[in-house]
Design a protein around this ligand. Structure first.
Ligand SMILES: Cc1cc2nc3c(=O)[nH]c(=O)nc-3n(C[C@H](O)[C@H](O)[C@H](O)COP(=O)(O)O)c2cc1C
Length: 495
């Protein structure tokens, strides 16, 4: 099943029965609270229309990637598989993925409405105030900021939040070390202002690519093109020359001057806090605004997990870490999962088939510091392959019974963090520590480790066959333990 752009995606999701259209919800908090409630339940995609104070047709799509079928649709995978099958299919597709550069076209629907300089008015759109303590209206949540490396010329797309300051200026926040931030630092070091384009509604695959770690130097356009199997069509921005998605809903172009700063934040963040509070951040002076008729904002406000952003990135990041472990030569990795409760960054689990003394530490160190995991991580747990990495009960049982804290917990210090880290006090942000928890059976005496006191799958199956209906009713096949991945913290429960 394929689709062309955000509108077509929305229609496709509606056909799949996975979209709810809501009318007359207020931009000031109501849309945000509805979105939070639905994200917390792993509910359907939301389309807000007829927003009071705005023309009918000026819409918002939210919770787009908050369900497995919708993530699969966006990745070009079958939409009706369980989480483990979808993850395997994605890993296979990702391994063979050939980036396809974007195709430059002369015109596109995004140019249906063009405004320059003083005519730009960002209040044309029903931008929500998403959370109660937000310092402003955030038009950029499911968005991408498009920048070019002034040295190498490659184009990065990063999902970095964007707050409206006034009708023709916005503030944006990029954490230190992110690729867009390195671009910006390079422009500023050269003493120049940075050209930037920002897209606020687009094919969800562009959003998905902009919000996950992709190797330095590889443009998210090329990566997203590889997923679609066809180039993303782009127009050279008339003001900056930056490539902008031709079928986008709303795009701005402008410049960022290093000396031009304003207060940005606070904003509800993916950790579930307002940890970075408010800071002076650079301002984009908007030189041009383009939008389609009846434009749609793609919104993905961070909320305390369960959240959309943690949900779909658990999936993407797990696949990325597994690939990076293989790339680093760590053998016999059986599975990786990034738990939603940690926002897909703070609590990650790797299972291995232990081959040699030190194998668990090797896996843990790489899984903690590889590109997909390096920013703002906290806990990495390594377990044996009999433990299901997606099942928090099993993982924590392994931690409780196979980890002797004195020997099996390592602390890494001075790792990559940033202002959003809630446990680092204000004034000291930037670095954090990591705990590696080795919850594997100690390699040296693993064969003598106590046998697990649980009936074998064969015995269980026999007993269930005989007794299942009497114990569990018609669902005789269901075991007393929750099926793998059915907890609130894993996508298995989110179908
Ligand atoms: C909805 C959403 C909002 C995000 N907001 C920010 C943000 O405001 N600042 C930031 O540095 N990263 C933010 N991120 C994380 C980055 O998008 C992510 O780290 C991405 O890999 C950055 O791209 P880069 O690797 O090209 O730097 C957000 C991600 C998502 C999905």
């Amino acid at each position: 099943m394929s689709y062309t752009d955000l509108r077509d995606w929305t229609t496709t999701v509606d056909r799949l029965g996975d979209l709810r259209t809501l009318r007359q919800a207020q931009w000031d908090l109501e849309i945000g609270i509805i979105t939070e409630l639905v994200m917390n339940q792993h509910g359907p995609a939301l389309l807000f229309d007829d927003i009071p104070g705005y023309p009918s047709g000026h819409r918002i799509v939210a919770n787009a990637l908050g369900g497995l079928g919708r993530v699969a649709l966006t990745l070009g995978l079958p939409t009706d598989r369980d989480v483990k099958t979808t993850l395997r299919l994605w890993q296979e597709k990702k391994r063979g993925l050939k980036p396809i550069p974007p195709k430059v076209v002369k015109d596109g629907p995004v140019m249906e409405n063009v405004y320059r300089d003083g005519d730009v008015d960002l209040f044309t759109f029903p931008t929500p105030r998403w959370h109660e303590h937000d310092g402003g209206r955030y038009i950029g949540t499911g968005s991408v900021d498009i920048t070019r490396d002034p040295e190498d010329g490659w184009v990065n797309l990063g999902c970095y939040r964007v707050m409206i300051h006034d009708r023709n200026s916005v503030g944006f926040y990029i954490s230190p070390g992110k690729q867009g931030r390195i671009h910006r630092d390079k422009w500023f070091t050269r003493g120049g202002r940075m050209p930037v384009a920002m897209s606020f509604g687009h094919d969800p695959v562009i959003f998905l690519a902009g919000g996950i770690e992709i190797p330095w130097g590889l443009s998210e356009y090329d990566w997203a093109g590889g997923i679609k199997g066809a180039p993303i069509e782009v127009i050279e921005g008339p003001v900056t020359g930056l490539p902008i998605p031709a079928r986008a809903e709303i795009v701005i172009e402008g410049f960022v001057d290093p000396a031009d700063k304003k207060t940005e934040g606070p904003f509800g963040e993916w950790t579930g806090y307002y940890a970075s509070a408010e800071r002076e951040e650079p301002v984009v002076r908007v030189a041009a605004l383009y939008h389609r008729h009846n434009p749609i904002i793609l919104g993905c406000p961070p909320v305390k997990p369960p959240s959309e952003l943690a949900y779909y990135r658990s999936f993407l990041r797990a696949a990325a870490i597994e690939e990076e472990l293989a790339g680093a030569g760590v053998p016999d990795v059986k599975a990786v999962w990034c738990h939603e409760v940690g926002g897909s960054r703070l609590f990650n689990v790797v299972s291995i088939h232990q081959r040699f003394a030190g194998h668990a530490r090797q896996a843990a160190m790489v899984a903690t510091q590889c590109h997909a995991a390096a920013y703002l991580g906290r806990f990495t747990v390594v377990v044996d392959e009999d433990i299901d990495v997606m099942n928090l009960d099993e993982v924590m049982w392994a931690v409780c019974t196979r980890c002797d804290p004195e020997k099996d917990i390592e602390i890494l210090r001075r790792c990559w963090s940033g202002p959003l880290d809630p446990i680092i006090p204000p004034g000291q942000k930037g670095l954090n520590s990591r705990a590696i928890i080795d919850a594997t059976r100690p390699f040296e005496w693993r064969d003598k480790f106590p046998v697990v006191a649980e009936s074998s799958p064969e015995r269980r199956a026999e007993v269930l066959k005989k007794w299942g209906t009497q114990i569990f009713g018609q669902q005789a096949g269901v075991t007393p333990r929750a099926p793998v991945g059915a907890g609130a913290t894993s996508p298995g429960g989110a179908q």
